[in-house]
Design a protein around this ligand. Structure first.
Ligand code: NAD
Length: 501
């Protein structure tokens, strides 16, 4: 039996909608050339949400050919026109917010009210933000010699490939698509095999907004097939990847065949330092938010906290009490729930195995430390918010990315020691510092090896501000005008306006 290209779905909150299941190429939903399929699994129940078409290398070839054709005319649109397309898309998303939010929660396991609502709103805002930039992509005039005019044109790369993870299935896509399209590129995006449904729904909205065929392709598929084909394709000009450091290394290698431009947003193990002079209540709130939001599945999660020894016991006690009270776990459709299930069985098992490792390493469980089997949660991938106290610097739970609701808390004596701990891992994504001493805060911000530092907050992301990491956390930046820069390259034009030679 051939798989249909749409499926009627009623979401658990009663919303009915048509879920596209095909690959989105040339503004149409199509079957995969070789008839491959994949199942998207519900994290709360373990059931299949939908069976959809799955791209392989042949489908990537088809999408790239369509994109190359589309680029010929898309590169000649004006910035104002591209901005208008993006504004229109944002307006359509605004009308479709309810479906997008509910669908995102259902397929990824993020809580609807306290999580997915914010994601969808940010997607809309990011499209509007880059719509505003589309007519402001400008080169420069460079004058040295009066007999010569030189100027630069900031040209789009051409065909951009985007490969994204499952933790923010829509938002991670939008962070790439919005600047790429605004700058005049065309895009092919491969969603994560764990959370493909919301991006397919967004494909419908691209079509509704009137984007020309081939400008955007949305492919569901596995990393080893469609992902590696996209990263290694000779006719793709730029690749932006968001995902684990291990995969990021493979992408960089695959992209080297035609020297594609590469942006990598990879893993993290971000530290959170609380000095003795910090406002403890604030530090406790941000520390909890910094690790337990989105079930700890945030690349910038502050997953290891270093607390000054003089306030350590008080901090741990307050943190445990705060998490118990505020970070309630349950169905993604319960409005008061902050913590849902982990995205997949694989991720669920990986986190539980790290909890085991932490116990064996001798860290003390101050909270959680097991799966949640209360009420209906036993069917899904629920892990209780977990706090390990008294951790030591060489423990694996302190150095390796767990990517789940697991916080490792240790103590420090001096600022030098706190910095040494903060910088000890291979990662360098985010870092948080809590102190009332502004001079020390800024000096620490300079000395910490991270792409982003939060002073007296954690995971405070804002699309006007660049996002990205150093060391094994990545190359390049997303968001803000820094993000836009990564989607153009400067062409220098030399004009002889005198009698030189
Ligand atoms: P992952 O690396 O397993 O997969 C990411 C994407 O890469 C998926 O679409 C996957 O299909 C694809 N992929 C896998 N193997 C591939 C290959 N050989 N060639 C091409 N593509 C391939 O990561 P994940 O488990 O989906 O996501 C979790 C990771 O993402 C964490 O490490 C997290 O820190 C990171 N992340 C980073 C950021 C950031 O901005 N720095 C943001 C979100 C997530």
């Amino acid at each position: 039996m051939t798989l249909p290209l749409f499926q009627s779905i009623t979401l658990p909150d009663g919303i009915k909608y048509e879920q596209p299941t095909g690959l989105f190429i040339n503004n149409e939903f199509v079957a995969s050339k070789n008839g491959k399929t994949l199942d998207s699994i519900n994290p709360e129940t373990g059931d299949v949400n939908a069976t959809i078409h799955c791209a392989d290398e042949d489908d990537v070839d088809i999408a790239v050919a369509a994109a190359r054709t589309a680029f010929k005319s898309w590169r000649n649109t004006t910035g104002v026109e591209r901005g208008e397309y993006l504004y229109k898309l944002a307006a359509i998303m605004e009308e479709e917010k309810e479906v997008l939010t509910s669908l995102e929660a259902w397929d990824s396991g993020k809580t609807k009210t306290l999580n997915a609502v914010g994601d969808v709103q940010e997607c809309i805002d990011v499209f509007k933000y880059y719509a505003g930039w589309a007519d402001k992509v400008q080169g420069r005039v460079i004058q040295n010699d009066p007999k010569k005019l030189a100027y630069t044109i900031h040209e789009p790369y051409g065909v951009c490939g985007h490969i994204i993870p499952w933790n923010y299935p829509l938002l991670m896509g939008v962070w790439c698509l919005a600047p790429a399209l605004a700058a005049g590129n065309v895009s092919i995006i491969k969603s994560s095999e764990f959370t493909p449904l919301s991006l397919l729904y967004l494909a419908k909205l691209f079509e509704k907004a009137g984007f020309p065929p081939g400008t955007i392709a949305i492919l569901s598929g596995y990393g080893k097939d469609a992902g590696s084909a996209l990263a290694g394709h000779m006719k793709v000009d730029k690749i932006s990847f968001t995902g684990s450091t291990a995969t990021g290394k493979l992408i960089q290698k695959a992209a080297s065949n035609n020297l594609k431009a590469v942006t990598l947003e990879c893993g993290g193990k971000s530290p959170l330092i609380v000095r003795a002079d910090a406002e403890i209540d604030q530090a406790v709130k941000w520390a909890a938010q910094g690790i337990f939001i989105n079930q700890g599945q945030v690349c910038t999660s502050t997953s290891r906290a270093y607390i000054h020894e003089s306030i350590y016991d008080e901090f741990v006690t307050e943190l445990v009490a705060h998490v118990k009270e505020e970070f309630l776990q349950g169905s993604v459709y319960e409005d008061d729930k902050m913590v849902g299930p982990q995205v997949s069985k694989v991720q669920f098992e990986k986190i539980l195995s790290y909890i085991d490792i932490g116990k064996k390493e001798g860290a003390r469980i101050a909270l959680g430390g097991e799966r949640n089997t209360e009420k209906d949660m036993s069917k899904g991938f629920f892990i209780k918010p977990t706090i390990f106290a008294d951790v030591k610097p060489d423990m694996r739970i302190v150095n390796e990315e767990i990517f789940g609701p697991v916080l490792a808390v240790g103590k420090f004596k001096t600022d030098e020691e706190a910095l040494e701990f903060a910088n000890q891992t291979e990662y360098g994504l985010g870092a948080a510092i809590f102190t009332r001493d502004i001079a020390i805060a800024h000096n620490m911000a300079r000395d910490i090896e991270a792409g982003m530092v939060w002073i007296n907050s954690s995971n405070d992301s804002d699309y006007h501000i660049p996002f990205g990491g150093v060391k094994a956390s990545g190359v390049g930046r997303q968001l803000g005008d820094y993000g836009l820069e990564h989607y153009t390259q400067a062409k220098a034009v030399h004009v002889n306006i005198g009698t030189r030679l």
